[in-house]
Design a protein around this ligand. Structure first.
Ligand code: BDR
Ligand code: CA
Length: 309
């Protein structure tokens, strides 16, 4: 593989309106080399998220390999978030059909392994969706672990959830997968739900976005149909906080903490037990973003989107 100065990454995603925003920021960044995109059932079904990803790539006229991953969580029934992203997962924009040439016949996990084993430097995995594919990768191909620089994920909550009272969607959909990832010993960074609530997009910013370029207009249309927060009081932008962290970590306050994944609780399966006060005296296994400068985030986001066509 050709060597560049860009940071090599693999993005695992379930587009998803906020995934689309994150992908726009990542795919046109001069600092990131997106080597592979993998899909997983999450916001909507595997077929729909894959179709959405292929449509986004065609909209942007990009050729990046895409592979399909898990169609359901490891042990549980699939649950979606179509009430937030619309039935299609990308409500509000009439996309051209996706170019199927981007879609490889390989499974997501096999493709991740192949890219990792061939990599000349460790690759960062960016997780914007339930962690099913990553858990399968670690379980089936542990030899690929040494080529993973770190996993940076949007997932979990410091406090209350958006999927259950204490459960964030990406972890709550597949708690068993999350536990495998959190117990992996790999370098992990968690950008939790609260950062998305700080990273709100207010009307003034969405208007600016719409005036940037075609991508800004497309995202603006999607935002009219996005149901996390409200257009007037601000829309919560979860997945793009991960790209902000990759490119500009100094806008976050980060702590190294113990994070345990609850898998048994009748009401709390999928809760991330972030031990901020050190109650359990367990070693830190995760870097956790605990605060974000919202002004720096919105300035960064608009600048990142300005690089798009
Ligand atoms: C996460 O859940 C999904 O609906 C979003 O795309 C994001 O990845 C937020 O909890
Ligand atoms: Ca997502």
């Amino acid at each position: 593989m050709e060597k560049t100065n860009k940071r090599p990454i693999i993005i695992d995603t379930d587009p998803g309106i906020d995934d689309a925003m994150a992908l726009a920021a990542a795919l046109f960044s001069k600092e990131l080399d997106v080597q592979l995109l993998t899909t997983v059932a999450g916001n909507v079904s595997l077929e729909k998220v894959t179709r959405n990803l292929l449509r986004l790539l065609t909209f942007w006229d990009l050729k990046i390999p895409v592979t399909k991953g898990a169609s359901q969580p490891l042990l549980r029934a699939a649950r979606d978030a179509s009430e937030v992203h619309g039935e299609s997962g990308l409500a509000g924009f009439d996309f051209p059909d996706g170019n199927q040439e981007n879609l490889l016949p390989e499974s997501a996990v096999a493709a991740m392994r192949r890219v990792l084993i061939a990599a000349t430097e460790p690759v960062t995995i960016v997780a914007l969706a339930p962690l099913t594919n990553l858990a399968l990768l670690l379980r089936e191909y542990p030899e690929a672990k040494e080529k993973i620089a770190e996993i940076v994920m949007m997932g979990g909550a410091l406090g209350r959830g958006n999927f259950g009272a204490y459960t964030e969607f990406n972890i709550g959909v597949d708690p068993e997968a999350a536990r495998i990832v959190f117990d992996s010993g790999l370098k992990l960074t968690m950008v939790p739900l609260e950062m998305g609530s700080i990273a709100k997009i207010y009307p003034e910013e969405s208007q600016k976005m719409a005036s940037l370029n075609q991508t800004g207009r497309m995202l603006y249309s999607l935002l009219q149909h996005y149901r996390s927060g409200s257009l007037d009081s601000g829309l919560e932008m979860y997945d793009s906080t991960v790209i902000a962290y990759l490119l500009n970590p100094s806008m976050f306050t980060v702590e190294k903490l113990s994070v345990q994944i609850e898998t048994q609780g009748a009401y709390t399966a999928g809760a991330t037990i972030v031990d901020l006060a050190g109650f359990y005296q367990e070693p830190a296994n995760c870097q956790v973003c605990v605060n974000l400068d919202s002004t720096k985030f919105s300035t960064w986001l608009l600048a990142a989107l300005a690089n798009c066509p």
